[in-house]
Design a protein. Structure first.
Lengths: 430, 466
């Protein structure tokens, strides 16, 4: 609880907009984001950056600026469940790529928050596509612990971090083994040994065996061990998940969230029993590795039906640039409902898997992820069904602030809408 | 920009061409040719693809996009003998002997064609042992042929079929090299051998690459090229050699065969099509001039994220752009990519193809095209649904040199047909049935018509919906 209060305070301090008006959005097809059905002609009222009310028959304050959403959809902003937003401008240009800090010699201690740069173009591009919040994870390198990730907002301001050190990120499976001596046995050993070192650190520096961890790493892992910080674990294969569930029994306070989870459907019952929520790749259906032999697009739907709490994320999937695929992926899960033998999500479930569910899984569901009263006012207006390919966001509001439209891609588009040069070179055309 | 960490190739044990099912499908060009004494000893690794048996079928009450920009509501498509035998409106007569499929609420398109795939030469599982897409040991390797790396058991072929409606695809070497080698066009029908998948009568392509990849791969080895100007110099020197080789070959005098030069001479002859990986507009313009210098034609620029900047030039040169809808920012030469690329090209009258270069997006080229269309419409461009379907069917068929055989629903062409369970430009639609040469190779309602490669047999998820 202490941790949550900290988070709430951090949000208030860092992301409160410098101004926040009272806004009433009326007449649209309203999606709350909690899995409930859309409401035709619903109203959303925003004040001081927060949702006051959303639904049918909501009173409109006299001082509210009215936004007419007739013919449009009104939804919570997209909460991208797993990304590397703001950590790379150009992935292959090293100087702009801050995803991995492993060569620093640190592991769990790495805090990705200061590397998140809201002035990088992926912020504006994905904001234009209706993405308003993102889970931002460091990339692993040289350790099974990659460091501490953050939750970011995509607002056009300099304060992008909603919650720093929101989680620790670890890798199991093939990638974990590669970073722990070449065997999954090494991964489990490293996991136990590192947590033991963290415990020793807690009992006093004199007892600290620093074979695997620096003191800073130990401090970071201690908060994982105590359940104060969530542990997101990238894991794909069924057996790796079962073995991790066993590990969780040894460390019952650890709040595990599985990420990737391509074979989750094979162990859905065990995931439910262990109370482990997942942030899954939506559409993995190929045996990319031998730990993904059971890959199917029905994975998410089957897990959901079994009672697993499932959100969608972009796990190692164009994770710094294409958060805008999130709605398309959710739409694809809906499409499975029409395919004989396949298991998808209903539209309402799919939309909650990219809004309220990831917020809840990340422990910020009380303040983010839906249009319920009291939550941060991340609201998007769309010119059609937000999961449909032909639709686009037309208005994006983050923390109650209507965001500027436009981004670098749109400037290039406008310059070259007619590619032939005119009276002056294109360089003069802006 | 295929992930560099994947790939592979298994040589299948020499499969004896046996009693492959003989259907009522079309005799292939190859099988016809085989009846005559070979005039030229020029078709090694010849296609042994045979169409599987099909049932004469009529799809009616269906919305048809014919692949060439036409749309018919409540239409009828007829297939018999492996060919399209008719296409028309609601009044079209349906022969008595045909199986009738009611397409109410559904849509028909030609089979989807991916002009840029690495299935088979970068298959899944993406293990190092399968890493067979780049012969990255020399900046010019026109002597290698992608078909010799294709593993016909790649599970990716099945996903492309069942989720993407892919009926034909070009497998290209990777882009590490300036001249990466010959491509191969396949029918998306599993076979024990790659020869059994080869599209009968399709011309070869030569994969070329501009820009960052060749100069990075060889520059990092301390070799030429290490710059873009080095890229061009190596290319031009090689074309000079190719011209000399062709001259020698055409002189009628004795000459020593050279595999690489044979391919390049084939390009200069106009028999082998240039499929050129190239991102930046300025580099494409340079490549076009190089092609003029040596007397060859660029058929398509692939990836071509900056084609929108020179849409007029590409239109005037008759070059297609095979593009993604919205890939962007993963490397410097992809920095100026915009989602409106395809739409600006189309609006300028240039040829647009949507390609995948990806084992996932090949499963939803229809969706990628729909996104590109929507971005164009928001600019005020009029792009009809039927036109968008040409980006996935007739245009890639043209750029592969197979448009006389497939790519649209014209009578006499191969009956490569997808019946979609809704508008293929909607995220909510999937293939319902797929026919290749008139044979039903996928039926969503029939688990037995869900191909399972050898690799997946006996594994978790065998035969599952994917």
């Amino acid at each position: 609880m202490r941790h949550f209060l900290y988070a709430a305070a951090a949000m208030a301090a860092l992301t409160s907009p410098s101004y926040a008006e009272t806004i009433a959005i009326t007449g649209g097809k309203l999606v709350i984001g909690d899995g409930s059905a859309p409401i035709d002609g619903g109203t959303v009222v925003i004040r001081e950056g927060t949702i006051v009310a959303a639904g049918a028959g909501v009173a409109i304050p006299a001082d509210a600026r009215k936004i007419d959403a007739s013919g449009k959809w009104v939804t919570p902003g997209i909460f991208a469940g797993f990304t590397r937003l703001g950590l790379a401008e150009v992935d292959a240009v090293d100087g702009t790529n801050d995803k991995s800090g492993g060569k620093s010699g640190f592991s769990a201690a790495i805090d990705i928050a200061p590397a998140i740069d809201p002035f990088r173009t992926p912020f504006a591009v994905n904001r234009s596509a209706g993405v308003t919040r993102a889970v931002v994870a460091p990339e692993p390198s040289g350790s099974i612990f990659a460091g501490q990730g953050a939750i970011a907002d995509l607002g056009a301001d300099s304060d992008s971090v909603t919650k720093a050190r929101a989680f620790q990120f670890a890798i199991f499976g093939e990638d974990g083994a590669a970073n722990a001596g070449g065997s999954r046995a090494g991964t489990h050993l490293h996991f136990r040994a590192m947590l033991r070192e963290a415990q020793e650190y807690a009992t006093g520096r004199d007892n600290f065996d620093d074979d695997l961890l620096k003191a800073e790493d130990a401090k970071a892992l201690l908060s994982v061990l105590r359940g104060e910080t969530r542990l997101l674990i990238h894991v794909e294969g069924a057996n790796d998940m079962l073995r991790l569930i066993e590990l969780k029994r040894e460390f019952p306070a650890i709040k595990m969230v599985f990420v990737g989870v391509t074979e989750g459907w094979r162990v859905a019952r065990q995931l439910v029993q262990a109370g482990i929520p997942v942030i899954a790749s939506a559409l993995n259906d190929l045996p990319v590795t031998f730990e993904m032999l059971g890959a199917t697009q029905s994975n998410v739907g089957r897990m959901k039906d079994a009672g697993v709490k499932v959100a969608i994320g972009m796990i190692n999937d164009r994770d710094a640039h294409q958060l805008r695929y999130t709605t398309q992926y959710a739409g694809n899960l809906v499409s499975l409902e029409k395919v004989p033998g396949a298991t998808g999500l209903t539209w309402d479930e799919a939309f909650s898997a990219i809004t309220s569910v990831p917020a809840e899984i990340m422990g910020v569901g009380e303040t983010l992820g839906s249009l319920k009263s009291g939550k941060a006012a991340d609201v998007v207006l769309w010119d059609g069904d937000p999961l449909e390919l032909s639709s686009a966001a037309t208005t994006v509001i983050i923390d109650g602030v209507e965001q500027p439209s436009g981004n670098r891609q749109q400037r290039l588009r406008d310059r070259y809408a007619r590619p032939t040069e005119g009276d002056l070179p294109k360089a003069y055309d802006r | 920009m295929m992930n560099m960490n994947k790939l592979a190739l298994l040589f299948l044990a020499a499969a004896v061409a046996g009693c492959a099912a003989q259907g009522d499908g079309p005799a292939t060009a190859t099988s016809k040719a085989a009846e005559k004494p070979a005039a030229k000893v020029e078709a090694p690794f010849a296609s042994t693809y045979k169409a599987y048996p099909g049932t004469a079928t009529a799809i009616r009450n269906v919305t048809i996009y014919d692949g060439e920009g036409g749309r018919i509501d409540n239409g009828v498509v007829l297939m018999s003998g492996g060919k399209i035998s008719g296409i028309g409106g609601p009044d079209m007569a349906i022969p008595d002997n045909m199986l009738v499929v009611d397409g109410r609420g559904k849509f028909v398109t030609p089979g989807i064609i991916d002009i840029h795939s690495h299935l088979g030469d970068y298959p899944t599982p993406s293990v190092e042992a399968h890493d067979d897409g780049n012969e990255a040991t020399s900046p010019t390797t026109p002597e290698v042929w992608a078909e010799h790396s294709v593993w016909p058991q790649d599970p990716g072929f099945s996903r492309a079929l069942t989720n993407g409606g892919i009926t034909s695809l070009q497998i290209l070497p990777g882009s590490a090299n300036l001249m990466g080698g010959r491509s191969v066009v396949l029918k998306n029908v599993y076979s024990r051998t790659v020869q059994g998948m080869k599209f009968p009568g399709a011309p070869y392509g030569l994969k070329m690459a501009c820009g960052e990849n060749p100069k990075r791969v060889y520059g990092s080895k301390g070799r030429m090229p290490s710059t873009r100007m080095g890229n061009l110099a190596v290319n031009r020197q090689t074309w000079i050699k190719a011209q000399e080789y062709k001259k020698k070959r055409d002189s009628g005098k004795e000459f020593t065969r050279d595999l690489g030069m044979e391919t390049l001479a084939g390009v200069l002859d106009g028999d082998i099509l240039i499929q050129n990986h190239c991102y930046r507009a300025d580099e494409m313009a340079i490549v076009l001039d190089m092609a003029k210098e040596f007397g060859y034609k660029v058929t398509a620029f692939h990836h071509a994220v900056e084609s929108y900047k020179i849409a007029d030039l590409l239109r005037d040169n008759g070059v297609c752009s095979a593009v993604w809808a919205d890939w962007w920012g993963f490397k410097m030469e992809a920095y100026d990519a915009i989602p409106e690329n395809a739409a600006i090209l189309h609006n300028s009258g240039a040829c647009v193809i949507i390609h995948s270069d990806d084992e996932n997006q090949i499963q939803r080229l229809n969706q990628e095209a729909a996104k590109a269309q929507a971005d164009g419409r928001r600019m005020g461009f009029k792009i009809s649904d039927a036109d968008v379907i040409t980006w996935l069917t007739y245009n890639p068929a043209k750029a592969l040199g197979i448009a006389d055989k497939t790519g649209s629903l014209k009578p006499g062409k191969m009956a490569d047909v997808v019946l979609w369970n809704g508008n293929p430009l909607s995220v909510y639609s999937r293939p319902d049935k797929v026919w290749i040469d008139g044979a039903m190779m996928y039926d969503a309602a029939n688990p037995r018509l869900r191909p399972v490669s050898d690799f997946e047999l006996g594994q978790p998820g065998e035969g599952d919906v994917k």
